[in-house]
Design a binder for this molecule. Structure first.
Ligand SMILES: [Zn+2]
Length: 304
């Protein structure tokens, strides 16, 4: 079968570009999502000048956040995921906007890199023990907030545990970031979820498929596309692809947003930071863009 046979409507024509594919399997009882995030993770690495352990942790975290954000339906929907841990990384924050636009930062971009075995970074050692919080703002009066403890800090099982505990959804989650000479060469994730009506038969089928399934970053490095990886995992001749969509690292910061962020400070704080008459520099935590404001611009913006 040629690659074209795996083209899913909505996916970029160039299937090497980062994108997500959705499908349904086992007669509509299982939801399948696979995403390639190589460029997303490498962009984040360069932006935040991260060490390998931080790159692997943030890369897996962004990839998992994208996978669990797919249920957002409206233009202004947004999801914030936060990990707080007692490891050297301290934590990470990721925002996924509708349309799979993602931005994220680690608390501590340079942390020591430990290995489970050669080539296999010990992400759990960098993250430590802590919690995963998911905030979904989908235009309701109050945002939805779910919290669960971290199982291992290896991220994939932390997301699976979160989904089971907070959202009562049984899921298989696999996340991988492959590095070579400190750079991201492949990254992506797979999420398989049981839909209402699925039972023991579907669970045992999926458990069998999962056992011994290759690492996701290895499959990408072998040239598999997200649609092919879903097919390989499911082994279901009636698999139904739903759609595809490009995924990218995109920050939404601007001078106006930064200024309104400063305006949220009190008048006294504004006076304090402008009293030496020098320009005030602010840095966006998500993308490290710098914004410089003259003290004149900041006059009268603070809250009383
Ligand atoms: Zn930014």
């Amino acid at each position: 079968m040629s690659d074209n046979a795996y083209y899913v409507p909505g996916a970029p024509q160039d299937l090497k570009k980062d994108h997500i594919v959705r499908a349904e399997g086992l007669g509509g009882l299982v939801k399948c999502l696979c995403v390639r995030t190589t460029a997303v993770c490498e962009t984040a690495r360069v932006m935040h000048q991260m060490s390998p352990a931080a790159t692997a942790a943030l890369g897996r975290f962004m990839t998992g956040s994208i996978l669990i954000s797919e249920s957002m339906k409206n233009e202004n929907d947004t999801q914030t995921t936060i990990i707080r841990g007692d490891g050297p990384l301290e934590g990470m924050t990721c925002v996924t906007d509708f349309g799979f636009k993602v931005r994220a930062y680690p608390m501590e971009p340079v942390v020591p890199t430990e290995y489970h075995k050669p080539g296999k970074i010990n992400v759990g050692a960098a993250v430590g023990k802590g919690s995963l919080t998911v905030v979904r703002d989908i235009g309701l009066k109050e945002p939805y907030v779910g919290v669960s403890e971290l199982i291992s800090g290896e991220i994939a099982e932390d997301f699976a545990y979160y989904l089971a505990k907070s959202e009562q959804t049984k899921s298989i989650v696999s996340l991988g970031v492959l590095l070579s000479k400190g750079q991201v060469t492949e990254a992506g994730g797979l999420m398989i979820q049981l839909l209402p009506g699925a039972g023991e038969d579907e669970i045992s089928y999926l458990e069998k498929r999962a056992s011994g399934f290759p690492e996701i970053s290895f499959l990408f490095s072998e040239g598999f596309t997200p649609a092919q990886i879903i097919d390989l995992f499911m082994g279901d001749p009636d698999l139904k692809y739903l759609d595809g969509q490009e995924v990218e690292f995109k920050c939404n910061c601007s001078r106006e947003r930064m200024l309104s962020g400063l305006a949220a400070l009190g008048k006294n704080d504004i006076e304090e930071i402008t009293k030496d008459g020098k320009p005030v520099e602010t840095v966006c935590r998500f993308c490290n863009s710098k914004y410089v404001f003259e003290p004149e611009e900041l006059k009268n913006i603070g809250k009383n």
